[in-house]
Ligand binder design. Structure first.
Ligand code: ADP
Ligand code: MG
Length: 580
């Protein structure tokens, strides 16, 4: 047997450093959390080369006393364990490991001043060795500078991603922590170029305002708000409606007791609330802020404290699901699987209550009004009736610019026009892609698309994407310019489409026409067709959608597995009126 030896002090330090701070964004996380614990109202973050070369985090918090500044960088040195127990932790830090780890893995400089000090104090440490310890210039608060991270840990350095994606991860974290602390002002810059400024607000609208700044007005408009106050927990959440969805969870932020948490279980719970409303590979965007009695929470399960354990999770989980579903029901989103009997019951309940409560306004001459409106209700042109024998019948009307109503000999049919059209577009794209004859349309004004991520991968698959009907080119920085798109998509939001496309391709690597990944790409493109819910159609357009559906394979389902149409037998309609 080999001899068992204790590790050397140096190696132990290296291992410890690697645990807490596995990448630049982890350093930024620890430093920002320290600033928050120090009650800062302004936190500014500046990074260079994705944080690998330099990270500066400055705050206007309480500062560190000159006599403690040394202690701060020692292992397990913290000012935050006031109760000497891990059970009632209210600060973000408590393990006293971050500054110690960072000081062992970088050139670290801390300049700090609290309000009792006349001048600021500065210490410099390089890879664990103290270089200097002296008075310095500086205002109240703390500035931490981290340079040349992991220079002494080549293995760790080797595993870092490109400075671009490390930088993205940092920016992403800043956005998330900013969502948790809307009263604090955050400013962020990368290589002096990319900038983000989020001004804190002190009023009760601060949270909503911050969400709008970080996730955009479109998210606010496409989300519902849920809230639950119970003895054990209190949460508020903005939850996107199913049609506002993304190809990953990146934009979702879960905050538990002020911490940005990565909690797979909770994401699973949220996803469960969308069952039947969202395809398996699509994800909602959620900002959820949960406050739990600290006693119910174990935050000490992960070195960087991004995972937690929650006691009695069940109550919280079921409350979240129930709340989300109720909100969706309220705003009138349907479940994908329609239980016809249930539908009939709903009709019957409506019938018996509504009439008693509301008084009817009886038109003076009912027949006259009826005749005036007749043109809108019926299309006299009998030739339109010729489709009555078709499976999807003859189009009669459109409801709410979303649904087509049609009639066959024996049933009433409701079609979800967007879902249906999506399927038609997908099948058409698929066929023309494989036949290599996608018909393109030229944009009058080429569209410049700025991509946060995935541009390289997009360019690598340029040839295959051209086969799909998109003509585009590199446009410098992180932009591309799009000149032509598949004609069948109509007028679309090209930026959104390319954002989605880039994400999909990044996930699967390179497009390979021979495997199933192409199906996924095609399906996400088809989502962007122009006949979305909300477009007014005339009877001819409706009929042509119905005829196309009849010819299109799989047209009973949209690309996400939802039905594209429902059929109500005339006998069911009769039973609604008690005729049977
Ligand atoms: P922890 O946050 O777990 O206590 P750290 O190593 O991150 O451990 O920090 C050690 C100590 O240094 C903190 O407990 C705190 O007293 C002090 N400190 C670190 N950063 C700041 C800051 N920005 N402002 C004031 N004090 C700080
Ligand atoms: Mg800390």
């Amino acid at each position: 047997m080999e001899e068992i030896k204790l590790l050397s002090e140096d190696i132990i330090n290296e291992i410890a450093a690697g645990e807490v701070i596995e990448k630049p964004s982890a350093v930024v996380k620890e430093l920002i959390e320290n600033s928050i614990d120090a009650k800062a109202t302004n936190i500014s973050i500046h990074i260079e080369l994705g944080g690998i070369k330099k990270i500066i985090v400055s705050d206007d918090g309480i500062g560190i006393d000159k006599e403690y500044i040394f202690k701060a960088i020692q292992r397990h040195a913290t000012s935050k364990m006031k109760n000497k127990t891990l059970e009632n932790i209210v600060t973000l830090g408590f393990r006293g490991e971050a500054l110690y780890s960072i000081s062992n893995a970088s050139e670290l400089e801390i300049i700090s001043k609290n309000k009792n000090m006349e001048e600021a104090w500065q210490i410099n440490i390089a890879y664990g060795k103290i270089l200097s310890n002296k008075p310095s210039k500086g205002t109240d608060g703390t500035q931490v500078i981290v340079k040349n991270l992991f220079e002494n840990l080549p293995v760790r350095k080797k595993f870092l991603n490109s400075s671009r994606s490390e930088g993205m991860a940092i920016k992403n974290f800043v956005k998330k922590i900013a969502l948790a602390y809307p009263k604090i002002t955050f400013s962020f810059s990368h290589n002096k170029a990319e900038k983000l400024l989020l001004i804190g607000r002190q009023d009760e609208k601060s949270q909503k305002y911050r969400i709008k700044e970080v996730l955009g007005q479109e998210f606010i408009k496409s989300s519902v708000f849920i809230e639950q106050k119970k003895k054990e927990f209190h949460y508020t959440s903005h939850v996107s409606i199913p049609t506002f969805n993304k190809s990953n969870w990146k934009q979702t932020t879960i905050i538990i007791n002020g911490r940005v948490i990565k909690d797979k279980a909770l994401l699973g719970v949220i996803k469960a609330a969308y069952a039947g409303l969202l395809a398996g590979n699509r994800y909602p965007v959620v900002v959820m802020n949960i406050n739990l009695d600290p006693q119910l929470l174990d935050i000490n399960v992960h070195p960087s404290k991004t995972e937690v354990r929650i006691l009695n999770r069940y109550l919280l989980n079921s409350s979240i699901i129930k709340n989300i579903r109720e909100q969706f029901d309220k705003i009138g989103l349907r479940h994908s699987i329609l239980d016809e009997k249930q539908l009939i019951r709903k009709f019957q309940i409506k019938n018996s209550t509504d009439l008693n409560q509301k008084t009817f306004e009886i038109p003076e001459n009912p027949q006259k009004k009826f005749d005036e409106k007749k043109d809108n209700i019926y299309h006299k042109d009998e030739s339109k009736e010729k489709f009555i024998n078709h499976t999807l019948g003859s189009a009669k009307a459109q409801i709410n610019n979303m649904f087509i109503v049609s009639q066959t000999n024996h049933s009433l049919i409701l079609v979800d026009q967007h879902a249906a059209h999506e399927r038609i577009v997908l099948e058409n794209l698929k066929k023309s892609y494989y036949d290599n004859n996608v018909i393109r349309q030229i944009s009058l004004i080429p569209v410049i698309v700025k991509l946060d991520d995935g541009k390289t991968e997009l360019l690598e698959s340029k040839k295959e994407i051209e086969k799909l009907g998109f003509i585009f080119e590199d446009y410098g920085d992180n932009s591309i310019i799009v000149r032509e798109t598949p004609a069948i998509l109509g007028k679309i939001n090209i930026s959104l489409l390319f954002e989605d496309l880039a994400e999909q391709i990044k996930k699967i690597g390179k497009i390979n026409p021979l495997d199933t990944s192409i199906e996924r790409i095609l399906s996400s493109i088809a989502c962007h067709n122009s006949v979305r819910a909300g477009r007014k159609l005339n009877i001819d357009e409706m009929n042509s959608i119905l005829r196309l559906m009849e010819k299109t394979p799989n047209s009973g389902q949209c690309n996400h597995g939802r039905p594209t149409f429902i059929e109500l037998k005339l006998s069911d309609v009769e039973s609604l009126f008690g005729r049977t």
